[in-house]
Structures are given as C-alpha cells and as structure tokens.
Ligand binder design. Structure first.
Ligand code: 5GP
Ligand code: ZN
Length: 113
C-alpha cells in the first residue's frame, strides 16, 4: 500500500522519532505549525478515527497514554497543548493513516480555523 505513514512506521521513510514501540510511533511533523508539533500513529494502517474499531481497545488506550506521557515529558502540560485528528477532506486530512497531531509551544485559538 502506498501510504506515507506506513512507510515512516516501517522506516522506509526517515523521520525524527520521539517514541516508538512495536505498535506505536510518535515523530516530528516535517512541516511544523507550532514550536512543538508531533504526530502519534498506530503502526497498523487504519484510515482515520472512523476506523478506530479496527484497532484493539488496548492499543487505542496506549496511544492516548503515550500522547499524555510525551506531553508531560516535553513540558507541554504547563502552558497547555492541543491534540487534533483531522478527519476527512472538510477537516483538512491530507494523510489517510490515522494520526494525532500533538501541538505545543504557543498559544492556540478557539474555535480553530
Ligand atoms: P493532516 O493534514 O492529514 O491532518 O496531517 C498530515 C501531517 O503529516 C501534516 O502536518 C504534514 O506536515 C505531515 N507529513 C506529511 N508527510 C510527512 C513526512 O513525510 N514526514 C513527516 N514527518 N511528516 C509528514
Ligand atoms: Zn498507512
């Protein structure tokens, strides 16, 4: 399958990896929109959060806990940070492999653009 995040997960494409285990990877976004901009993915290919049922419940929880741990490790918890999963074209999803943006290091507006 021609999926850029599957290729990042299996190291066919290089990325700046922040955390990895057998099921999860967290790496730096190549085109950051905040001083801290990471992407958390399951290594298993699912298209978006709409396919979350294709992941084991344990894995879903593990991804969210990894995001929480990384946010604390990188001191994002002090000033606040944002976790986003764009879903579908209307929300600007450009890579069709489930990913959670972890954004920190600046102020974020609400509602988002
Ligand atoms: P989306 O637009 O689907 O919500 O987010 C996709 C994100 O993936 C974008 O922020 C984009 O910068 C990032 N991205 C796309 N290709 C690559 C790549 O090859 N390496 C890394 N590290 N990030 C990528
Ligand atoms: Zn994929």
């Amino acid at each position: 399958m021609d999926c850029i995040f599957c290729k990042i997960a299996n190291k066919e494409i290089k990325s700046e990896i922040i955390f990895e285990d057998d099921e999860i990877m967290i790496f730096k976004d190549v085109n950051p929109v905040a001083p801290l901009h990471l992407l958390a993915i399951p290594k298993k290919h699912v298209e978006s959060i709409l396919e979350i049922d294709k992941l084991e419940d344990d894995l879903t929880v593990k991804i969210l806990k990894a995001i929480s741990d990384i946010a604390k490790e990188m001191n994002m918890d002090k000033e606040g940070f944002r976790v986003v999963t764009n879903t579908g074209e209307g929300a600007g999803q450009s890579v069709k492999h489930l990913h959670f943006h972890i954004l920190g290091g600046r102020k974020f507006n609400w509602p988002p653009g």
